[in-house]
Ligand binder design. Structure first.
Ligand SMILES: [Zn+2]
Length: 216
């Protein structure tokens, strides 16, 4: 369910944390009036503002926990088996970065390892820690910096881009070699889905409202 919020002045009304500025036209809106399941758009330009869900923190904890477990499985087991001209090879996810390192491309190895494993894992871990604190309503001094870090790092995760790249490569390699997907491939596929779901459920405006509500 969606609604267009009416413009309100922030002066003299309620808590500042209840107000969000439209990212497109900077008009302030009070998002505390949203009911469970309602989304809000700017009444002036139509830009999406926020979605309120009572169980947002529980959902984020469930998705991020499952995603972290699947990422661990994806790093532990073989990603793909290749067979061509009588030669067989097995590749694991961390080996994609290690092989680039061994081939004399340390910069590319670092970027691949960071974008597909390290940064997504860090974002998930921070989201899990933050949402456990929000669910248990405990104030910690690190809530604000961690919130800022999560929303900054989100743009640097390329989980779904990597997975689409793998699928395109499979179509090309499939003509030259026999390729068998390992357990890690399927684990990373589900991990990608859960990662995208985690980010889509975590509403930026509502997350900050919850953080500000815990400030002493
Ligand atoms: Zn607007």
């Amino acid at each position: 369910m969606e609604c267009c919020l009416k413009i309100k002045s922030k002066e003299g009304h309620g808590d500042l944390a209840d107000y969000v500025a439209c990212p497109s036209c900077d008009v302030m809106f009070d998002i505390s009036i949203l009911s469970n399941g309602e989304s809000a758009r700017c009444s002036r330009c139509g830009h999406f503002l926020s979605t309120y869900r009572v169980d947002e923190t529980s959902r984020v904890i469930a998705y991020t926990s499952a995603a972290l477990i699947l990422l661990a499985l994806a790093c532990r087991y073989p990603f793909m088996f290749f067979k061509a001209s009588g030669l067989e090879s097995v590749m694991t996810l961390p080996q994609t970065a290690l092989n680039l390192w061994r081939d004399g491309m340390p910069d590319l190895a670092f970027l691949v390892g960071a974008f597909i494993i390290l940064i997504p894992a860090l974002v998930l871990f921070l989201m899990l820690a933050l949402n456990i604190a929000l669910l248990t309503e405990r104030h910690y001094h690190w809530l604000r910096p961690v919130g800022r870090l999560i929303f900054t790092l989100q743009g640097w995760c390329m989980v779904e881009v990597f997975f689409i790249g793998v699928l395109i490569s499979l179509v090309k390699i499939g003509h030259m070699a026999t390729v068998v997907m390992g357990l890690s491939f399927w684990a990373y596929a589900v991990f990608s889905l859960l990662f995208v779901l985690s980010l889509s459920v975590l509403d930026r405006a509502q997350c900050w409202r919850r953080i500000e509500a815990l400030q002493p």
